[in-house]
Design a protein around this ligand. Structure first.
Ligand code: FEO
Length: 395
């Protein structure tokens, strides 16, 4: 259903209630998502972003509720990723003469995706296009989260259409931030930041400073996923500024896998050590935990303690993907340690420690290895490990 944001500006996107895996299978989306596209009716008709291709018919139906899609003059493609540009070929079939506005880098990426001789106009930060009463103004936002990413600002209506930035994978029947459960909203916004934007925290901070210095009035921040920020819209900008500093809570995450419960007993003893020093911690058994949810917890916590028995001379296969996530996401200001049981060769702990080191996670306690099932002495060492990490957390 089309929703009017303000006179002449419409949400014409789709809500995807069913999607549970995004980016292929890289990101879990337990609450679904939405693909937000915005239609502006001024002297010119403008569509800002499209939707994922499987929903192209719904996009066209939505546009048609407001205006004949053939009358679209300008399509702004803020970002070439398929969830936003996927329906460009359909829209351009209806409006073949429309100008496709892209960032400088966007021309390459949109052309690279579609190989079509569309009428492109590449814009850069500060460029404006008059559409009648109001202008579209553009701000390039490279690496938020692709090189091509761009924000589009509508003067007169004071709406910032920020594409992926400030989004959430959150399907709801409502379109605005003041209409939804705030705890759910921020849980999804943080998970989105932690799993997608953390490596770009430097550019995030710089871009926010740059945009704020423009002193543009902002009544609405309209991202391309989830709800639209109309009530106190800058609240999510402030939250991004806070997240981008990567200051942690004084807490810990213990993530582990286990074959015959030995490493689980060790994980629980480490948890007891942390708790004894008053440091909250959460334990995640990785073979039954969602990796992206765990990453969101790691993002919030100061310490990450990783455990695995040795299997084929390394950690169990459920541990390696999360270690890879940690490498790619480049979390800052984290401390950590490793532990695990083993039968004969026992390399897992050392391999995990090496990986934490590669991730620049400072190891603050010597790893604990327990041969076969942990003995009381081994569990005492685990409690000590937990206490040592706790001291470093609260230091
Ligand atoms: Fe980078 Fe929502 O796509």
């Amino acid at each position: 259903m089309v929703v009017e944001l303000t006179q002449g500006v419409y949400w014409v996107g789709v809500v995807d209630w069913a999607i549970r895996q995004f980016h292929g299978h890289e990101l879990s989306t337990h609450r679904g998502s939405s693909y937000n596209a915005y239609l502006i009716v001024d002297e010119k008709i403008v569509l800002v972003d499209t939707v994922w291709d499987p929903f192209r018919a719904q996009l066209i139906r939505n546009i048609s509720e407001v205006v004949d899609p053939a009358k679209i003059d300008i399509v702004v493609a803020n970002h070439a990723e398929a969830d936003h540009s996927g329906s460009l070929p359909t829209v351009l079939k209806y409006a073949p003469n429309a100008t496709v506005v892209v960032s400088q880098r966007g021309k390459e990426s949109v052309e690279g995706h579609f190989h079509q001789p569309w009428n492109f106009k590449a814009v850069k930060t500060g460029d404006k296009i008059n559409i009648g009463k109001n202008d579209l103004a553009f701000v390039e936002a490279p690496m938020l989260h692709w090189p091509d990413s761009m924000f589009t600002y509508l003067t007169g209506k004071n709406i910032f259409m920020t594409n992926d930035a400030f989004g959430q994978h959150y399907a709801t029947i409502f379109r605005f931030n003041d209409q939804v459960n705030q705890e759910e909203l921020y849980e999804e916004a943080l998970k989105y930041y932690a799993n997608i934007l953390t490596p770009f925290s430097g550019p995030v901070l710089k871009k926010i400073e740059e945009v704020l210095s423009l002193n543009l009035p902002v009544d609405v921040i309209a991202p391309s996923h989830g709800v639209i920020w109309r009530k106190d819209p800058l609240q999510i900008v402030k939250r991004y500024q806070q997240w981008a500093t990567q200051e942690s809570e004084k807490s810990a995450v213990v993530l582990y896998d286990t074959m015959w419960e030995g490493t689980r007993h060790m994980a629980e003893a480490i948890g007891q050590g942390l708790a004894a020093e008053g440091v909250p911690c959460k334990l995640f058994h990785m073979s039954v935990s969602d990796r992206n949810d765990v990453i969101a917890e790691v993002f919030k916590a100061k310490a990450i303690i990783v455990g695995s028995p040795t299997f084929n001379q390394g950690p169990l296969p459920t541990i390696s993907p999360v270690l890879e996530d940690l490498r790619g996401l480049k979390f800052k200001n984290k401390i950590g340690a490793a532990f695990g049981s083993y039968g004969w060769s026992g390399e897992a702990v050392e391999i995990i420690e090496k990986h934490l080191d590669i991730c620049k996670i400072q190891i603050v306690a010597e790893g604990v290895r327990a041969k076969w099932q942990p003995k009381p002495d081994d569990l005492a060492k685990c409690r000590e490990l937990g206490q040592k990490v706790a001291h470093a957390v609260i230091a």
